[in-house]
Design a protein around this ligand. Sequence first.
Ligand code: BGC
Length: 733
Amino acid sequence: MNLEQKASLTSGADFWHTQGIPSADIPSLLVTDGPHGIRKQRDDVDAIGLGQSIPATCFPPAVGLASSWDPDLAYRVGCALGDEARELQVSVLLGPGVNIKRSPLCGRNFEYFSEDPFHAGRLGAAWVQGVQSRGIGTSLKHFAANNQETDRLRVSADVDERTLREIYLPAFEHIVTSAQPATVMCAYNKINGTFASEHHELLTEILRDEWGFEGLVVSDWGAVSDRVKAVAAGVDLEMPPSNTDAEIVDAVRSGDLDEATLDRANTRLLDLIRRTSDGRQADPPIFDRNAHHAVAREAAAASAVLLKNVGSILPLAPGQSIAVIGEFARTPRYQGAGSSQVVPTQLDNALDAITEIAGADHVRFAAGFTIDDAPASARLLTDAVQAATASDVAVLFLGLPAEAESEGFDRTDIDLPVAQRELLDAVQQANPNTVVVLSNGAVVEMSWDTKARALLEGWLLGQGGGHATAELLFGRISPSGKLAETIPLRLQDNPSHLFFPGGEQHVRYGEGVYVGYRYYDTLDHDVAYPFGHGLSYTTFKLGEPIVRKTGPNTVEISLSVTNTGAVRGAEVVQVYVHDEQASVDRPEQELKGFAKVTLDPSADETVTITLDDRSFSYWSQLHHRWVTEPGAVDLRIGVSSRDIRHRARIEIDGDGIPVVLNATSTFGEWLAHPVGSVVLKETGASTQYERMSWEMRKIVEAMPISKLAALGLGMSREHLDALVAGATHEAKR
Ligand code: BGC
C-alpha cells in the first residue's frame, strides 16, 4: 500500500463503514449501534436516521440488564445480539457502554450499567463474550470518564489519578483483560485537559501497555479534532471520516508522525477484518425472531426490581379486579433516546399482557396522563379515580416521559412529572391498594412512595417488558432484580451534586472515589433504596460462610443459600470489603464479588465467591500503582449494601512491596516501617526519641525526617544521609 492508502484506512469510508481497498483485497466493514439491539440504518434514510433502522430485537437497555446482576443472562443476550448482527452483516456492534453513573442526572445513564465499577465490569465482560462468541466485534465505550452529556464534546473531566483508577477505569480494565473486546471507543470529552482522542497515556500506555489490549481503538463519532495527534496517541480509526487523510500523509512525510505508528493502526484494522470474517460469512437468516423475543422477555423479567411490597400486596391474586392506570401500560417506554434507539421486531405492552392473564372482565383501563408530560387533565384524572374506586387493586404505570432523558443532554431534576404525582395522590385516595410500576432510564426521587403499597422499578425493559411486567405482577415469575445504583432521598444528596455538570468546559470530580454507595455508606447517609436492594416473592437464608485464604491476598468464600419461602426465586449474594486500617482514606465498603442463584422452594445451593488481590488494594498516587496493605479486612456478605447478613474478619498479607523511605518520610513512617525502624535503632535515633516527652514525641513523629536535621533536633545532615542510605540498602537486601 502506498502512504495515501495507509492514511485512508485510519478513517471511515462513510458514516457506518470502514474504508476498504479492493485492489489490496481489503474489504470494508459495517459497524452499527448498539448496545441493546442492532440499529442498522435503512439505505433510504440519512446517515444518522434515528428511529429508522431495520427491525431488530430490542433487549433491555443496560440500566435494566444491569439490575439482573446476572452475567450468564448478559452473555446470552450478547449471543442473541451477535446472531442478529451476523444476519444483518454487521461486523461490529457499538457497545457496551460501561461509564459509571456518577450523577443520576446524566442523560445517558440508561445506556450504562452501574455506579459501581466491579458490577459494570462483570456484566459488561459477559455481554462482550456473548457477542464475540458469534464472531462479531464489540466496541467498549466511551473510554473514558464520559459521565455526563452536558458539553460532552468539549468538557474536561478533571479527575485525580486515584479516582480514575479506582472508579472510572476498572470496568474497562476488567473487560479488556478478561474479554478482549475487538474495539474500544474513545470518548468525546477531555480528561484533565487532554481530549480522550489525543490521550496517549490512556489509549496506549494504560490500555495497551498495561492492560494488554490487542484490538482497535475507534473514535466516538466525531471525537477526533486533530487527526495526527489522534493517530499518534493511539486512535486507529476515526469515525465517521473527516476527509483529512492528507494531514496524515503530510505528517508522515514531514516526520511529525512515525510511519510505524500508521502501520500499526493499519494492522489493527486488518486484524479486525480477519477477526470478524466468520460473522460476515453467515448465511442469513440465522435468528429466530420469536426465540429472541422470548430472550428479551426473560431478560426483562430478570431486570425489574421490586423495591417494596407492603403486606405482600403483590403478586396479584387470581380473581381480583384490577384498575390498570397510566398511559405507559398501553404505550410502553422501553428504551432511551439517541444513538441506541432500536426499531423493535415486536412490542409487548403491559395492558394487553395483564388482560390476557386476568381476563378482560377483571381489568379496567384508564390512561391517567399523556406521555408527553402535559399538565394533569381533569377528565383523565376522573376516569382514573373511577377505575380505581371500582377495582380491588390499582396498578399505576408511572415514569419519565421520553423527552426527560436522552443522549445529548442531562436532566436538571430527578422528579416524576407533576401530572403523574397528582394522579398517584388521587388514585391512592380512591383505592389504597395501589401498586406503582415505574418506567425510567435513570433514578427518580421517591418521596411519594409511601402512597404505593408495592413499587416495581421497571427501568426500561426493552420490547418484552410489557409481558414480563405482567408475569411479575401475577407471580408467574418472582422478581429478582437488584439495584445497580443507589436511589437517594433527594438529588442534593448525591455526592457529585456540588460539581455536576461543571462550567467553563470543566467538570471537577470533587467527590473523588466517593461515588454512589461508597459515599452514602461511608457517611451512613439515609437513602431511599440502597445499592444492591431488591425484593422477591420468596425468602432466602444465607448460611454461615466458610472463608478460606487461598493465597497471601486471595480469599474464597462459600456459603449455602436456601429458598425458605413458598415459590421459586433468585437471590444475589453480595460481598463487600471493608479495610479496617488503611494509610489512605477508603470507602466504608466496596463490592468485590457477587453471585446470583435461582432456587425452587426449600432447595439450597452452595455459592462460592472468590476475591483476588485487587479486592483489597487501593491506587496509590504516591507510588502510581495498586497497593495491597497487610492487615485485617472485614468481609461483609449480604443482599444489599445495607443488608449485611454475615461478617468475617481475615488477615491479608499485603503485597510485600516495601514502602520506600526517603528524607521526606516522617519519623513516624520510619518507625512503622520494618526496615526504617531497625535503622533508627541502629543509629540511636529511636533511643533519643524514646527519651522525649510524649508531646515532643507526637511532634517529632509527624515531621519529615529531613526536618529533624534542619531544626537541629538531635540529628545532623550526615546522620540523616546515613539513615536514608541505610534504609534503602536494607530494603534492597
Ligand atoms: C455516541 C456513540 C455511538 C455513536 C454512533 C455517538 O454520538 O456517543 O455511543 O456509538 O454516536 O452512533
